[in-house]
Design a binder for this molecule. Structure first.
Ligand SMILES: NC(=O)c1ccc[n+]([C@@H]2O[C@H](COP(=O)([O-])OP(=O)(O)OC[C@H]3O[C@@H](n4cnc5c(N)ncnc54)[C@H](OP(=O)(O)O)[C@@H]3O)[C@@H](O)[C@H]2O)c1
Length: 271
């Protein structure tokens, strides 16, 4: 039986763990050729080995998407190994914790370089090739892109900017048969090694997230895959995500009151 992803060449940034890795496995099992990417060589090669053991066609490109030369390398490796690019999934991202007044400019740059500028630069480089295949460019965003939230302001801002980029690109590429997808992911279960940047700019472990409140990683991957197959403009992941999206869009003042209330409760609980 043929699958939508048969022989499709898919670049997934930030795919050594988490959502990117799960997506790589999902699409790889459906006969896509996967180009993995992340900075940590050991972890990335371990993921490559895992995917190969599952019978996936996969190649790794160790690189930092905030470096333009590494973005170029990622495109070059995909073309050299597989001869074309069908799908680019801009997944690599980093979150942070801290109040606006605490955050140094260097940390603001790191967040924007990773979450906003890197997807723009990589999409620019991939676009000429994706125009040839009529494929997809997908931006993995967050429910945090819908409104500013306390303690993750810069993350919210960096993901909000992706909405504008996706909307602009969608209009600009309308006549080229390119699909531009935007996926709003909510709180998702995470691996023990997941890190976020604290207000000093140091990586700290987030701690394992589990429980029914969180989306399953593989469920998020399935939603991203569906966004690509159906060439959807945007996808809001999960029922709780859709409820959050609805209230943020149509009842913004109520949403703010709820956030303030839950913020106070969280502060009380943490004392
Ligand atoms: N998990 C959630 O709750 C959640 C919620 C909403 C949105 N999202 C979004 O979903 C995406 C994936 O999140 P996740 O939780 O699966 O992430 P994760 O588990 O923290 O994994 C991040 C991946 O990105 C790579 N990475 C980070 N910076 C990079 C860089 N500069 N260049 C290349 N690779 C880089 C990491 O590997 P190296 O460190 O080795 O480079 C790793 O493979 C992100 O865009 C995130 O903002 C996640």
């Amino acid at each position: 039986m043929t699958s939508f992803y048969d022989e499709k060449v898919v670049i997934i940034t930030g795919s050594s763990m988490g959502i990117g890795k799960s997506l790589a496995l999902l699409l790889g099992k459906q006969n896509a050729h996967i180009v993995l990417n992340a900075r940590n060589e050991v972890k990335l090669l371990a993921t490559e080995t895992e995917l190969k053991a599952e019978g996936c066609s996969v190649i790794s490109c160790i690189g930092d998407v905030t470096k333009e030369e590494d973005c170029k390398k990622l495109i070059d490796i995909a073309l050299a190994h597989f001869g074309k690019i069908d799908i680019l999934i801009n997944n690599a991202g980093i979150s942070m914790r801290g109040m606006v007044e605490q955050i140094p400019a260097s940390l603001v740059s790191t967040i924007f370089n990773t979450n906003t500028i890197a997807p723009i630069v990589l999409s620019q480089k991939a676009l000429p090739h994706i125009k040839q295949t009529g494929g997809s460019i997908v931006f993995i965003s967050s429910l945090a892109a819908l409104r500013g939230l306390p303690l993750i302001s810069i993350y919210c801002a960096s993901k909000m900017a992706l909405t504008a980029v996706a909307e602009s690109m969608r209009i600009e590429t309308k006549d080229h048969g390119v699909h531009i997808g935007l996926v709003f992911v909510g709180f998702t279960k995470s691996e023990k090694e997941k890190t976020v940047l604290n207000s000093e700019g140091n990586l700290t472990f987030l701690g394992e997230r589990k429980g029914i409140f969180y989306n399953g990683i593989s469920d998020v991957a399935k939603q991203i895959s569906k966004n690509i197959k159906r060439r959807q403009k945007q996808t809001v992941v999960g029922v709780s995500g859709k409820i959050y999206y609805f209230f943020s869009k149509f009842f913004p003042r109520l949403m703010e009151l709820i956030i303030i209330k839950s913020q106070k409760q969280l502060n009380r609980l943490s004392k």
